[in-house]
Ligand binder design. Structure first.
Ligand code: GLP
Length: 244
């Protein structure tokens, strides 16, 4: 779906999420959302906050699982995805704190394997993701599933690609301060979501969007695995869609 601009696109995506939340409320069910960080989803979160404040949208039945977190990373650190999610969304809505899940970048390395397995189990036990929001990195990563990620990969520790570190360097005051690793949901975790919406805005995403949608499915561009998911929409602005 190609929108004239990212503002209109973000409102449409927020509306879809709000409709899903209300549908689940009407059925007396929990709504399980997979959430993303980065600049792309910010306007979606702004609109969800507006819908909460102005139209009474309640998140009391919502459980969230975030895609990823830098490793190592303390929650209080302003560069953490934990901080980002609270600043842009969780602090402004009525979600129950116990229903918020962001991978913990402060888990001891020897406990990480079990921690990642438990994160997967928690998603499964909640009933699986109803909706997964994604951005895309210039490497073709979704979450932090960098080139080389296997289609069957689950939540795990990953080493960040050089291009990803270059793109994150402005947030960290230089590439040398960017963490070299991250915890990320796997490709299979994402593909099991009942619905996937990937957002991409701007000219600098046009090349990876073209390769993701029109290229061969390959772990070299992990986002291409979404071609096999039967309920995925790429929501693009005109610049991101300019090479299709
Ligand atoms: C980071 C995140 C991804 C995100 C990507 C793109 O690498 N881990 O989940 O999709 O950045 O970020 P942006 O939306 O700022 O372009």
């Amino acid at each position: 779906e190609i929108f004239i601009n990212s503002v209109d696109a973000s409102k449409a995506v927020a509306q879809e999420i709000a409709t899903l939340i209300k549908l689940k409320q009407a059925e007396n069910k929990k709504c399980i959302l997979g959430l993303a960080t980065g600049s792309s989803p910010i306007r979606v979160y702004d609109e969800l906050v507006r819908l909460h404040k102005e139209e009474g949208l309640s998140f009391s039945n919502v459980i969230t699982f975030n895609l990823d977190e830098y490793y190592p990373m303390k929650k209080e650190n302003k560069q953490s995805y934990h901080y980002f999610m609270h600043a842009h969304l969780f602090n402004h809505i009525d979600i129950k704190p116990e229903n918020v899940n962001v991978p913990n970048g402060a888990v001891a390395i020897e406990e990480l394997h079990q921690y990642c397995a438990d994160y997967e189990s928690k998603i499964k036990n909640a009933g699986g993701l109803d909706f997964q929001l994604l951005g895309i990195g210039r490497t073709g990563h979704v979450g932090f599933n960098e080139p080389g990620s296997h289609i069957n990969s689950g939540t795990r520790l990953i080493t960040l690609d050089h291009i990803t570190k270059v793109d994150a360097s402005s947030d960290f005051n230089g590439i040398n301060n960017v963490p070299t690793r991250a915890i990320t949901m796997g490709v299979s975790t994402i593909l099991r979501s009942k619905r996937v919406v990937l957002l991409a805005w701007g000219q600098n995403k046009a090349d990876v969007i073209e390769r993701t949608i029109q290229g061969e499915i390959s772990p070299e561009i992990p986002a291409t695995f979404l071609q096999n998911h039967d309920n995925t929409t790429f929501v693009l602005d005109q610049s991101a869609a300019s090479e299709l």
